[in-house]
Design a protein around this ligand. Structure first.
Ligand SMILES: [Zn+2]
Ligand SMILES: [Zn+2]
Ligand SMILES: [Zn+2]
Length: 153
């Protein structure tokens, strides 16, 4: 049995991970609306009529719209929500797309990790404070941890 001191060890937090950041350091948001803002600002704005999911390219935005219309998997429905192609739809459908995008980007991460603190120089507990930034419980030193190391499968 875990001592009461470590009772929070298995607690998990929720973050939202950008599905379109290609690098190893994907954008992480604490709130879903933060992710939506990021996708609109970075990916939708820079879109050159290319599907962010499968890479198919089109000559006009209309081609991309039609492509999204034809696809019904979760990743394309998520893109349909983020890319604002639901603007003229009824609110029920908008809400459905939002729900799909929400659950498709929702990711569980550990609230607590153990790590050798570079400042304390001992293995101790770190708690997540925001995004993937964790803080040493002993000295307050903060460090960003890669998603792969804190993601709960
Ligand atoms: Zn991104
Ligand atoms: Zn596609
Ligand atoms: Zn420390």
């Amino acid at each position: 049995m875990l001592s009461s001191r470590f009772k929070h060890y298995n607690e998990i937090d929720v973050v939202y991970v950008c599905p379109y950041c290609r690098n190893k350091d994907p954008f992480i948001a604490d709130k879903f609306f933060g992710l939506t803002a990021h996708v609109k600002r970075i990916h939708v704005k820079n879109n050159d009529c290319k599907c962010p999911v499968c890479g198919a390219t089109f000559r006009s935005p209309l081609g991309l719209h039609r492509h999204f219309e034809a696809m019904n998997d979760a990743d394309h429905l998520t893109a349909k929500f983020f890319y604002g192609l639901n603007q003229h739809r009824n609110s029920r459908l908008k809400q459905m797309l939002r729900t799909i995008a929400y659950s498709n980007t929702k990711t569980y991460v550990r609230r607590w990790i153990t790590l050798k603190c570079p400042n304390c120089n001992i293995v101790t507990f770190f708690m997540r404070i925001k995004r993937l930034i964790y803080r040493c419980k002993k000295c307050g030193y903060t460090i960003e941890i890669p998603l792969s190391e804190v993601k709960v499968i």
